[in-house]
Write a protein that binds this ligand. Structure first.
Ligand code: 3DU
Length: 213
C-alpha cells in the first residue's frame, strides 16, 4: 500500500498532486505544513479524493488530544496519528474518540530521523505493546531502519505498520516491505518530482513487484 505524504504548502498544488496521483495512492497523509497554509478545510476536500490520515502527531493531555482528534474526524479524516510516548491515558482517549467515528489510530514508535534514536528507540517496543493493548490500529515505524520495523512487528503482531522515510530520507521499498511493513509513506519523492503521477505509479509498481517476489 502506498500512502502519499502531502506536505505541499500551496493549496491548489496540493489538490492537483492528490488528484494526479489518486489512482496509485491508498490514502493521503496530511501534516501541519499543508493545514497551516491551506486551512483545516483542505482535509475535507482531500477526503473526497482519497481517505485522509491526519498526521498531527497528537501528544498532549487526554482532554486536549481527544479534542484535536474530534475536530479532525469531524472534518472527515479516516485516521489520526498520535505519539506513543504520551502514555496510556492519552492513547485511550484518542482511541475512544476515534471509535465514535469508526476511525483508526496509528501510533508513532520512534521517528525515522537520527534523533529518533536519541530517546524514542529505547521505549519503542513498549510503545508498540501499549498501542496494541489500547486497541489502536497500527504503528508508524521508520523506513530508514528496517530492523526496527521487524522489532515493532514482533512486539505488537496484530498491528499494521506504516513506514515513512522511503525516498527523500533514503529508505528502500524492498527493505521496508521485506521487514514486514504494511504500507510505505512517501512525500517529497512524489510531490517534488517533475511528474508526481509517474513517480507514484513507479512506487505502486515497485510495491507490486516486491510483493510478487
Ligand atoms: O520524507 P518525506 O518527504 O517522504 O515525508 C515523510 C512524511 O512522514 C513527513 O510528513 C514526515 O513528517 C512524516 N514522518 C516521518 O517522516 C518520519 C516519522 O518517523 C514520522 C512521520
Amino acid at each position: 500500500m502506498l500512502i502519499l505524504a502531502l506536505d505541499v504548502v500551496d493549496h491548489e498544488r496540493a489538490l492537483k498532486v492528490a488528484k494526479d496521483t489518486a489512482e496509485f495512492v491508498s490514502a493521503i497523509k496530511v501534516n501541519y505544513p499543508l493545514v497551516l497554509t491551506a486551512g483545516v478545510d483542505v482535509i475535507s476536500e482531500l477526503s473526497e479524493i482519497r481517505p485522509v490520515i491526519a498526521d498531527f502527531k497528537i501528544a498532549d493531555i487526554p482532554y486536549t488530544s481527544g479534542l484535536i482528534a474530534k475536530i479532525v474526524f469531524e472534518k472527515g479524516v479516516r485516521a489520526v496519528i498520535a505519539h506513543g510516548f504520551v502514555g496510556r491515558d492519552t492513547l485511550q482517549e484518542v482511541r475512544r474518540v476515534a471509535s465514535d467515528y469508526d476511525g483508526e489510530v496509528y501510533v508513532v514508535t520512534e521517528l525515522s530521523s537520527t534523533g529518533g534514536k536519541e530517546f524514542m528507540s529505547e521505549h519503542a517496543l513498549e510503545i508498540a505493546k501499549l498501542a496494541e493493548s489500547v486497541g489502536c490500529d497500527g504503528l508508524i515505524a521508520p523506513a530508514t531502519r528496517p530492523d526496527r520495523i521487524r522489532a515493532v512487528k514482533s512486539a505488537a503482531p496484530s498491528l499494521k505498520v506504516l513506514c515513512p522515510g522511503v525516498g527523500a530520507q533514503g529508505g528502500s521499498v524492498e527493505d521496508v516491505m521485506k521487514a514486514g511493513a504494511d504500507a510505505i509513506i512517501v512525500g517529497r519523492a512524489i510531490y517534488n518530482s517533475p511528474d508526481p503521477r509517474e513517480s507514484a505509479r513507479r512506487y505502486f509498481e515497485e510495491l507490486r513487484s516486491v510483493r510478487e517476489k
